[in-house]
Design a binder for this molecule. Structure first.
Ligand SMILES: Nc1ncnc2c1ncn2[C@@H]1O[C@H](COP(=O)(O)OP(=O)(O)OP(=O)(O)O)[C@@H](O)[C@H]1O
Ligand SMILES: [Mg+2]
Length: 270
């Protein structure tokens, strides 16, 4: 096994199939992907192609049949406290206040941290995402967008090196979603982390990411990789500029190829 690179996340020739009653279901096919430290990588691909499976492998919740997953030069064999996760439906505990929900990972990962310090950290994040004043509310008293903000705070409260987001904004209305994109930029500017974002929203991928990986249909391979050559500080209007419009058109084209609705590019097919 050769040594891993300096990349923060490195998937190396990962192949995986689920065992089902009908036989093995191949989901990932020789997938290689590297995300450098501090980078934000968006992953898009047809529905059911294996994106959530990919997040489970990076999080160490599953091991691949073949290939390896490395996080900062360490082979992933089990879940690591240096990874934070957030999903489409924020699973917040109703019997805890928002503040206590956000503090939860610290109780597990940093039990020796003084309570006052844990609380200060959670309050700081809630303030950053605009939830100041809601610390003592229960999850059911918040809107979907607010719950998702709280869930984002919880996923980074323990300062993970790697953040995995599986369609965290998918269930939100368009305006709330755009608000949360800005929140993500703010969080990232304040506390750098390496991020993998699974999304179906191509505009979201262009607005948030430094690079975008397009996966093929199941079993997923890396079909196309795009560098997002836009300034780090992005107002939403950047999405209407010719460069972004061009990127979106290319991504749409790549998704159509993945869905079998457009012919593969001659160069890629050769
Ligand atoms: N635990 C499991 N056992 C068997 N099959 C599974 C399991 N989890 C997922 N699958 C199947 O594996 C394939 C990939 O699933 P996965 O959830 O990774 O796709 P996805 O790209 O995240 O889909 P979506 O875009 O709909 O979220 C699907 O066909 C799914 O039915
Ligand atoms: Mg999924």
């Amino acid at each position: 096994m050769s040594t891993p690179s300096d990349a923060q996340i490195e998937l190396r020739e990962v192949t995986h199939a689920y065992k089902t009653d009908a036989g093995p279901l191949p989901v990932l096919d020789n997938l290689s992907l590297t995300v450098r430290e501090g980078a934000f990588c968006a992953v898009v691909g047809p529905s059911g192609c294996g994106k959530s499976t990919l997040t489970r492998l990076i999080a160490g919740l599953m091991r691949p049949d073949e290939g390896q997953v490395w996080l900062h030069r360490e082979l992933v064999t089990s879940p690591k406290p240096t990874v934070g996760m957030a999903f489409q439906n924020p699973v917040l505990l109703e019997w805890r206040t928002i503040l206590k929900n956000v503090m939860l990972p610290l109780e597990i990962v940093a039990p020796s941290m003084p309570m006052a310090q844990r609380e200060e950290r959670a309050r700081h994040l809630l303030h950053l995402v605009g939830l100041e004043g809601f610390e003592d509310k229960r999850p059911s008293e918040l809107s979907g967008g607010m719950r998702q903000r709280a869930s984002l705070c919880r996923s980074i409260v323990h300062k993970p090196e790697v953040l995995i987001l599986d369609e965290p904004f998918g269930a939100l209305d368009a305006f709330t979603r755009e608000d949360l994109w800005q929140t993500m930029h703010n969080l990232r500017a304040e506390e750098p982390f390496t991020c993998v974002l699974i999304t179906h929203d191509l505009r979201e991928s262009v607005y948030l990411a430094d690079e975008i990986a397009v996966l093929s249909a199941r079993p997923a391979r890396l079909q196309y990789l795009m560098e997002v050559d836009l300034p780090k500080d992005r107002p939403l209007d950047v999405l209407y500029e010719p460069k972004a419009v061009e990127m979106l058109a290319e991504l749409r084209h790549q998704i159509q190829i993945a869905q079998g609705r457009a012919a593969p590019d001659a160069e890629a097919a050769a």
